[in-house]
Design a protein around this ligand. Structure first.
Ligand code: FE2
Ligand code: FE2
Length: 298
């Protein structure tokens, strides 16, 4: 299959169609449940305690059940039965619970459509957890005030792919094949074929779901920060580097066959490519743990 850059008229029509789907209330794109919305709000606030999180999780039977099942799974190998959410959070870890809850929510909200596009949803979820973890480590080392928010940004940065795969499965399958067949970055093929990329789609969706701009913008600009407001350039750079780290460590599958360009972001953070390699090694050591975790959780 040949790939030639240059956005076409039909790509612009597809772009309008996608924007319409996200913005138009009549198309009934699922909304995030109130519980998930609350969890997202409190989890990105670095003052939230495990107890606060437990209280919100308890409001959703399905999520609460999954968290308890995970804490009681062979993965943790505990002798005594875990029967409270608060204790389950202590065992599983605050960020892991948030990652799992949001991942489950996002992916099941958008991904419950019959047709599959060839996007490896589980692989993408793992990629997102890897990216989020790298973002949190980076944030903590930089002395950032809100490393938990950076974790959530990393976790959500590729949400647009889930929407594209769920609502435009045939187009997206073709795009994934084109990118893979030609070794071209996925977001470039998306722009060419759809008139916009998954970062923009994810940004539009999160705006529609009323996520705070401190979460939306680093995701929206993770493949192009030229229009990013100055106060969020650093956070965006963290997501760009986190994304490159997850790719380099081969945590999960992002569907992108080309290496993500991170030099510009590394410069912005005062880091070198050697730092990126180090962080990738560090994340790589956690890969098995992340995989085992996801295995036990789903
Ligand atoms: Fe991306
Ligand atoms: Fe990514």
């Amino acid at each position: 299959m040949n790939w030639t850059a240059g956005t076409t008229v039909s790509a612009m029509q597809t772009r309008d169609e996608i924007i319409q789907l996200i913005r138009d209330k009549r198309t009934q794109l699922p909304t995030l449940s109130v519980v998930l919305d609350n969890i997202l709000q409190i989890a990105s606030d670095d003052r939230t305690s495990a107890q606060d999180l437990a209280e919100f999780i308890q409001q959703d039977q399905a999520i609460a059940h999954k968290i308890l099942r995970l804490a009681n799974s062979a993965y943790y190998g505990l002798a005594r039965k875990v029967d409270s959410i608060a204790r389950a959070i202590t065992i599983i870890g605050f960020n892991e619970v948030v990652g799992l809850t949001l991942g489950m929510g996002m992916f099941s909200t958008l991904g419950q459509r019959t047709k599959q596009s060839g996007l490896d949803m589980r692989g993408l979820w793992l990629h997102s957890i890897g990216c989020g973890s790298a973002c949190r480590i980076l944030g903590t080392r930089m002395g950032h005030e809100e490393p938990n928010r950076l974790f959530i940004c990393g976790l959500l940065h590729d949400t647009g792919k889930v929407l594209l795969a769920a609502y435009f499965p045939d187009d997206y399958e073709r795009i994934l094949d084109m990118a893979a067949g030609n070794g071209i970055a996925l977001h470039l093929v998306e722009r060419d074929q759809l008139g916009l990329d998954h970062a923009e789609v994810g940004g539009l969706l999160m705006e529609q779901w009323h996520f705070p701009s401190s979460l939306v913008l680093p995701c929206l600009h993770h493949h192009d920060d030229s229009d990013c407001p100055p106060d969020l350039l650093l956070d965006t750079a963290v997501v760009v580097v986190g994304n490159a780290v997850a790719d380099k460590a081969e945590i999960g599958q992002s569907g992108n066959p080309a290496a993500n360009e991170a030099d510009h972001a590394l410069d912005r953070l005062g880091l070198s490519s050697a730092n990126l390699d180090e962080l990738s090694m560090e994340i790589l050591e956690k890969r098995e743990r992340m995989e085992g975790f996801l295995e036990a959780a789903t």
